[in-house]
Ligand binder design. Structure first.
Ligand code: FCB
Length: 444
């Protein structure tokens, strides 16, 4: 990689990110069932109906995996805690094995000099709570607050940062309007409720952690640049609506205490009554803001479809194996826009960025120059945003390991480290070695 640590401020944090269900092996350690287990067991939802039962077996192999993180010269490790591993039914009895596991994992990070960046919810809702309506049920704010208290009473003294929820758009819209992730619902009323309750849960968890005396609390948002597919006024408006639903709803709620009018015009009739009363809780002060960034979308209007009446038009840029256009400038533009319009001086982190490819091992090596190029281009945009005044304090590569890529199963490989899903052997890819060279003297 052409860029190295030296191209960033001295205290800039480099890390890599993972999530519990995608790597741990949910069948181990007496964890409870999640809605992803149910979704994957339903024909047609997930490639080859794969689930996270074994995944990368990080549950048992975490020392080896954290050794890889440390050896690459990363400063921090972004991981998530599985609600159903800690509380198999989502509420009530605690699974001591689960809490002990996260305790060991935390200490293992600290022993290796890695700062723990935790997320409390990266998508695996306990099935018992899904039975009660999951994110559609307003009680989820309290369920999530109780879970947060249990986890952070045990771990909170050792966390560098905590974000309650990973990517609220995916939790709410992708899963309850588009139906493309668990629980696979396609219903505007369910979606509107999830859009609000996910932020309510963020607010309740933040409140609980402040009560425990914690700081380093933030939020992690996935942003997708919304590009009008052509010059027409209709496409411009459609792209603004997409931007509203995807990006501005969550940022607006959390950093301004208000939802954008362009989205309320469609969702307001379906929101739970009294939603306005939650906005102060939702917008309580945070210590940082995390941005997950991968791609852009080209949006046109679809006047025949009901609100939001959007059409997704294939773009012309080179694409990753996810079929996502590679658009590094969007990362720069989002960092600048977020600071300017929402967060001011608050520290920003790129909490996820990376690409999927079809990476094979040949002669014992996994070469992925495409991924090195992707990282290089996006890191350059981060450096450009810093030069332009955005207070970006760190960057996390998604992901450490090839893993369970949700409805795509194990086919889409995002890792710096290749995983053979038969033998579970780990093989650092070319991109891992390139990162190591950029981050350490030893790697050069
Ligand atoms: C993000 C998710 C992460 C992974 C990457 C590719 O939206 O947070 O779990 O699926 O996309």
């Amino acid at each position: 990689m052409k860029l190295t640590r030296k191209d960033f401020p001295e205290d800039f944090i480099f890390g890599t990110a993972t999530s519990s269900y995608q790597i741990e092996g949910h069948a181990f350690g007496s964890a409870g069932r999640t809605h992803w287990d149910d979704y994957a067991a339903t024909p047609g939802n997930v490639s080859r109906a794969e689930d996270g039962g074994r995944a990368c077996d990080h549950y048992h192999r975490y020392p080896e995996d954290l050794d890889l993180v440390a050896a690459a010269g990363f400063d921090a490790y972004r991981f998530s805690i599985s609600w159903a591993r800690v509380l198999p039914d989502g509420r009530g009895a605690v699974n001591a094995e689960g809490l002990d596991y996260y305790d060991r994992l935390t200490d293992a990070m600290l022993e290796r000099g890695l700062a723990p960046y935790a997320t409390l919810y990266h998508w695996e809702l306990p099935s018992a709570l899904a039975d009660l309506g999951g994110w559609r049920n307003g009680d989820i704010g309290d369920w999530f607050a109780d879970y947060t208290e249990i986890v952070m009473t045990r771990l909170g003294d050792r966390m560098a940062t905590v974000a309650p929820i990973n990517e609220p758009w995916c939790v709410a819209w992708l899963s309850h309007f588009m139906g493309l992730q668990a629980p696979g619902i396609r219903d505007i009323r369910a979606a509107a409720r999830a859009m609000h309750h996910v932020l309510l849960a963020h607010g309740r968890a933040t409140q609980v952690m402040r009560g425990l005396g914690m700081d380093g609390l933030g939020g992690v948002f996935n942003l997708e640049w919304s590009n009008p597919a052509d010059d027409s006024e209709a496409s411009r408006l459609a792209a603004a609506r997409y931007d509203g639903i995807y990006n501005r709803w969550f940022m607006g709620g959390v950093f301004k205490g208000e939802y954008p009018a362009i989205v309320l015009e469609g969702l307001e009739p379906h929101l739970p009554s009294g939603w306005q009363d939650d906005m102060a809780l939702i917008s309580q002060p945070l210590d940082w803001c995390g941005i997950n960034y991968y791609t852009r979308k080209n949006i046109a209007a679809d006047p025949r479809a009901p609100w939001p009446s959007l059409a997704d038009v294939p773009g012309v840029l080179p694409k990753t194996y996810m079929d996502w256009e590679i658009y590094p400038e969007g990362l720069h533009d989002f960092l600048i826009r977020t600071a300017r319009e929402y967060t001011g001086d608050l520290p920003l982190y790129v909490t996820e960025n990376g690409m999927a490819a079809h990476d094979d091992i040949m002669a014992g090596e996994c070469r992925d120059p495409h991924r090195i190029d992707y990282y290089e281009k996006h890191l350059s945009q981060v450096a450009r945003a810093i030069a332009g005044g955005a207070p970006v304090k760190g960057y996390f590569a998604w992901s450490l390991l090839d893993n369970y890529e949700w409805s795509f199963g194990y086919d889409k490989r995002f890792g710096l480290v290749h995983v053979d899903f038969d033998t579970l052997a780990r093989t650092p890819k070319g991109s891992y070695h390139a990162m190591k060279a950029a981050l350490t003297e030893a790697g050069r």
